[in-house]
Design a protein around this ligand. Structure first.
Ligand code: T6T
Length: 316
């Protein structure tokens, strides 16, 4: 009986339980390559993927780089390709730099499913599953405009240019400000390299240059954590309003502490689960869905304690 179980992979995950799969012969093998290991968005995605893999009886392996950086993600992709899984779910860390390693994976016959981010080559990725980030960026602009009374200086903190998701959020934010908020002076985007400390430094420098700064939009978890703590330390709560993308534990605390006024929460667990579904369909030669949008929700201090909102907050 023990032998029949094959290799039992047991993971005590942040998912609040165990997910185990038998890696026995003939079983479909899927690998999820995250954008950043250990980060709440991607860990929540991994939880959703693990639960779906368990349900469908496929073996799932999860890997990710220690930094959101294509030079660190590329060797991971290369080693995954060498291990010959049937399918790979991947959140590429750069629209250009990840094309070559993913082309190699595709040439090896590995079915590629893009989760969250994409690459510029539309031939890569049988399915693309993500939030509508342009729409999310526009929603962030509306929320921030409301907070600052539609006037004053607004700054965006992002990670790096060339990351499809955050670039789309910036685009949506800028389009909305330009189209409907003439009273807002847009100060542009500054890049934190997805580093909390860098995001803090940027906000401190911005406050020194523009002491009348009115609003900040932080396009992801680390940007928001850093930007929010800089505002808090500078004693700017109340004067500077902030909207952040994503809803990890640090962001929810900032929301409750009044550092941040609104969060755009994605559904990373759903992205992971749908990614596994598409991967399995592709491996079985069934029809895949080329583009799957997942929902986003605006979380505020008013709705954060509602059970349906609590459910979508990212796992620690
Ligand atoms: O915002 C998410 C993800 O959608 C983005 O592509 C990268 O940053 C996060 O992982 C959050 O930090």
């Amino acid at each position: 009986a023990v032998a029949a179980l094959g290799t039992l992979l047991l993971t005590i995950a942040a998912c609040g339980g165990q997910s185990g799969q038998s890696g026995g012969g003939g079983q479909t093998r899927v690998t999820l390559v995250q954008g950043l290991a250990g980060e709440e968005f991607y860990e929540t995605m991994a939880c959703g993927a693990k639960a779906k893999a368990k349900e469908l009886g496929v073996a799932l392996d999860v890997q990710g780089p220690q930094k959101f950086d294509p030079t660190l993600q590329t060797p991971i992709v290369n080693s995954v390709v060498a291990s010959k899984p049937d399918a790979m779910l991947i959140a590429p860390t750069d629209v250009k730099a990840m094309i070559a390693p993913l082309t190699q994976a595709k040439q090896q016959g590995i079915k590629i499913i893009l989760v969250d981010t994409v690459v510029e080559d539309p031939g890569i990725g049988l399915s693309r599953i993500s939030t509508d980030n342009v729409k999310g960026g526009a929603a962030a602009a509306k929320a921030l405009a409301e907070q600052i009374g539609d006037k004053g200086k607004a700054l965006v903190i992002s990670t790096d240019p060339g990351v499809s998701t955050v670039d789309a959020r910036i685009k949506g934010f800028e389009q909305e400000i330009k189209a409907s908020h003439p009273g807002i002076t847009y100060l542009g985007v500054q890049y934190s390299h997805n580093d909390v400390g860098e995001a803090s430094k940027i906000v401190n420098a911005a406050l020194a240059k523009d002491p009348d700064l009115a609003g900040v939009f932080a396009t992801n978890l680390n940007s928001a954590t850093g930007a929010g703590s800089a505002l808090q330390q500078a004693g700017k709560l109340g004067q500077v309003k902030m909207v952040g993308f994503d809803a990890g534990p640090a962001q929810v605390k900032q929301l409750k502490d009044g550092v941040v006024q609104a969060l755009i929460a994605q559904l990373p667990g759903d992205i992971g689960a749908k990614g596994v579904e598409q991967a399995v369909a592709a491996v079985k030669g069934q029809q895949v869905t080329p583009s799957i949008p997942t929902d986003a929700t605006i979380v505020t201090a008013q709705n954060v304690d509602q059970p349906e909102v609590q459910k979508i907050l990212y796992k620690a």
